[in-house]
Design a protein around this ligand. Structure first.
Ligand code: GDP
Length: 326
């Protein structure tokens, strides 16, 4: 952006004309820590807002090794072969520590990354999940403005990232391996409750029978939960991404979800709720940022941390002290 900085108007125009170089630059601006870039990105987002919201947003989670990237590659190729434009983004909590991203790595989805109808973008590094989630949400909007019809947001099955992704997508998919009959113990109940569907991966060869068994078990287990999205009964499918089996069925299921939830309005309601949650999260994030900006407050925090550790003050009382000084 340094020397040849286009105007927000020109920038948004080329973005809406689906220029992927502009899309990449726009995401970089969103991720930038420079105030000037952030201002530009905010103005850009405001400008493109009318062109956003039209995609179907799909969240995909699962433990490392479950087959996420292989699935996304097969699923993505299936969609692009049907003329869809897809974007794959990633929310990777581990990148916050390592300042690098393991997800969204181009080499993980080699075929898809060469596909002109697909856009793959790894997560930026950041120092908080809130920050990464925020940027991912903004990136979704940019991708929508650039005409991507299906946005896949991938995350690994650790920490709070699943909740963050659940709160920014329309459909939440959990990928799961078939084990030796103990599937239901190895999985966090909370994640199952968030899922609109579970897909048992690697249902091929010797594993196929086990996958079918797991499918029945999960189906039974899901009956015990309240559905995550109203009017939709969560489904359990099996796939083999390597053999391209079950991929078309997975898409058919998601299409049917889209139809059902649009017809009963829960699709729109979910989107509205998510926007409000985003607003409130931002209030919290920004308040915190503002508090931490002041050197005086920072040293007061350090002083209070010592007092807390010495048992001289309760953490809640210490927090009140900080607010008093503002
Ligand atoms: P991720 O860490 O969840 O992204 O998992 P990957 O997609 O990288 O897959 C992990 C391993 O499982 C790789 O060695 C894949 O080749 C293998 N794998 C993925 N999908 C399938 C499948 O459908 N069938 C079989 N047999 N192996 C698979």
């Amino acid at each position: 952006m340094r020397n040849t900085k286009p105007s927000v108007k020109d920038f948004s125009k080329s973005l809406i004309q689906a220029d992927t170089v502009t899309l990449g630059r726009a995401i970089t601006l969103i991720e930038s820590k420079k105030t000037e870039d952030k201002k530009f990105a905010d103005a850009l987002l405001e400008k493109i807002l009318p062109s956003t919201g039209k995609s179907l947003r799909i969240g995909i989670t699962g433990s490392p090794g479950v087959g996420k990237s292989t699935f996304i590659e097969a699923f993505g190729k299936y969609l692009t072969s049907r003329g869809k434009k897809i974007a794959v983004l990633a929310v990777d909590p581990s990148s916050m520590k390592t300042r690098g991203s393991i997800l969204g790595d181009r080499t993980r989805m080699e075929e898809l990354s060469k596909d002109a109808c697909a856009f793959i973008r790894p997560t930026s590094s950041g120092n908080s999940l809130g920050g990464v989630a925020d940027r991912t949400r903004e990136t979704i909007l940019l991708c929508e403005a650039a005409g991507y019809e299906i946005i896949i947001v991938e995350t690994v099955g650790v920490g709070q990232s699943e909740t963050a992704v659940r709160n920014m997508v329309d459909f939440f998919l959990l990928l799961q391996l078939a084990g030796a009959g103990d599937e239901l113990q190895g999985i966090k109940k909370g994640i199952m409750e968030m899922a609109d569907a579970i897909i048992i991966t690697k249902a091929d060869g010797e594993n196929e029978k086990k996958a079918k068994q797991a499918q029945t078990e999960f189906q039974h287990a899901l009956h015990l939960f309240q559905p995550s999205t109203s009017g939709w009964t969560p489904k359990v499918l099996t796939t083999s991404a390597l053999q391209k089996k079950g991929i078309a069925e997975a898409w058919k299921m998601i299409e049917s979800f889209h139809e059902v939830t649009k017809a009963n309005n829960s699709f729109q309601e979910n989107r509205e709720q998510q926007k409000l949650a985003w607003f409130h999260e931002n209030i919290q994030l920004m308040m915190k940022e503002k508090i931490l900006q002041s050197k005086k407050t920072l040293s007061k925090i350090q002083m209070l941390e010592k007092k807390i550790n010495l048992g001289k003050i309760l953490p809640s009382a210490a927090a009140k002290e900080i607010l008093k000084g503002l």
